[in-house]
Design a protein around this ligand. Structure first.
Ligand code: S3P
Length: 444
């Protein structure tokens, strides 16, 4: 578990609200999960891949930098367009220094699976938040496959990876519902002898499976949560358009729902069913959300989403929806804070090991704002009512910063949000977009 600490390093403080409405038609930046994967798969593919809709956020740009260091020519045609000249399964070269993955758990955990199979040493590092996150969850299965990988004595970064003889396939029941761990094992499985099977305890995002197929690699999935692939094949470069990130859209879904007189349309949002838990949860609470113009962007479904203000009621969030809304729960807590009645979240212990301990961070900030929110080991109990105002810590976590900005739409006094700079990891331009839509935000 991350320790909850907030030593401000002179980061950017934002004052938001109080109050406001949100109106307009906008889109949000590209999907972060898919952006990471597109760079990884494009790099080890044969031939050229054109990626449009790439998230130009710090997390995914660190993944680009890592593959460039391993000899991959990745051109930035425009802000959100990449041309990746794939080097094939065995074409990566030894980097001449550490690979810095910044704030990104996805970057580090997925790349670890790929690098475990390479014929050179690598050292993966991260920022302070990432350096506190558990990596035993990827070290353990990779060692079972024969990899040589180690973290510090507590299984945290930096990760030191050394070449070993050929990896072998494993049959791995995931100890937790984690798409990152699933993907790590599958990426190592691309290089392993035999058929690797990963079994999920609950459905998690399936972008790795879908995107590998787009790159021409065969992946089998079963109703029982098994995902299987055989090592030794190759990926074929492809062209893709990454949809806008539903995890970023989620802040605006809640914004338009809780702010009076609001009506927004968010265009081109990825609505993969393994990601839409936030829509299901908000609808259970009474939100007015309409999916329009559903279509396919390659292997991923997309839609435009219209949201209007609606009164919310507290609910017991079904545990089956938790992995499908794991990154959106901080802003769901904000919705719960203004809902009529009690909202309970259980089965969400994974929140404690995200970019911050998101249960502790949200409980503390909501309490500061006068909300009756009680943290539990695996979730939160929130009695909805009113939101006051005050100064909240973000614990250097982008989603905590954005969630509290949205809370200001219903706060009685301003919400002052410290250390907002990490918003750049996933949602560059968030505060400017908020102002454009009708929130009052300014740097102080
Ligand atoms: C991600 C998976 C999730 C999510 C993260 C992105 C991915 O993590 O929280 O932001 O791209 O695979 P876990 O799979 O560890 O829950």
């Amino acid at each position: 578990m991350n320790d909850l600490h907030a030593v401000s390093n002179g980061g950017t403080t934002v004052m938001a609200g109080p109050g406001g409405s949100v109106n307009g038609t906008v889109t949000v930046p590209g999907d972060k999960s898919m952006s990471h994967r597109s760079v990884m798969f494009g790099s080890i593919a044969e031939g050229v891949s054109h990626i449009d809709g790439f998230l130009a956020g710090e997390d995914s740009l660190n993944t680009v930098a890592a593959f460039r260091k391993m000899g991959v020519n990745i051109e930035r045609k425009s802000e959100n367009q990449l041309i990746i000249h794939g080097v094939g399964m065995h074409g990566l070269k030894a980097p001449d220094s550490d690979l810095y993955m910044g704030n990104a758990g996805t970057g580090m955990r997925l790349i670890a699976g790929l690098l475990a199979a390479q014929k050179f040493n690598t050292n993966l590092t991260g920022d302070e938040s990432l350096s506190g996150r558990p990596m035993g969850r990827v070290i353990d299965p990779l060692r079972l496959m024969g990899a040589s990988i180690a973290g510090d004595e507590q299984g945290r970064p930096p990760l030191k990876i050394e070449p070993t003889e050929n990896l072998h396939a494993i049959d791995y029941p995931l100890p937790m519902a984690s798409a990152q761990v699933k993907s790590c094992v599958l990426l190592a499985g691309l290089y392993a002898q035999g058929t690797t099977t990963v079994t999920e305890p609950a459905v998690t995002r399936d972008h790795t499976e879908r995107m590998l197929r787009s790159f021409g690699y065969s992946v089998n999935t079963s109703q029982a949560g098994e995902v299987q692939l055989s090592g030794g094949g190759s990926l074929r470069g492809c062209d893709m358009t990454i949809p806008a990130d539903i995890s970023s859209a989620a802040f605006l879904l809640v914004a338009a729902t809780i702010a009076p007189d609001s009506d927004i349309t968010l265009t081109n949002i990825g609505v993969n069913p393994t990601r839409t838990g936030v829509i299901d949860i908000l609808r259970l609470m009474g939100a007015d959300i309409e999916l329009k113009n559903r279509r396919q962007a390659g292997d991923e479904p997309v839609a435009d989403i219209r949201v209007k203000s609606a009164p919310l009621k507290g609910v017991a969030i079904p545990e089956s929806l938790v992995p499908l809304a794991i990154d959106e729960l901080p802003v769901v807590f904000v919705a719960a804070a203004v809902a009529h009645g009690t909202t309970t979240v259980t089965g969400a212990e994974e929140l404690r090991v995200k970019e911050s301990d998101r249960i502790a961070a949200m409980a503390e900030g909501l309490a500061t704002l006068g909300v009756d929110a009680v943290a539990t080991p695996d979730g939160m109990i929130i009695n909805g009512g009113s939101i006051g105002g005050g100064t909240v810590e973000t614990f250097f976590d982008h989603r905590i910063a954005m969630a509290f900005c949205i809370a200001s739409l219903r706060s009685e006094q301003a919400v002052i949000i410290k250390d907002t700079q990490h918003v750049e990891t996933s949602f560059p331009g968030f505060f400017a977009l908020c102002s454009q839509l009708g929130l009052q935000t300014k740097e102080v």
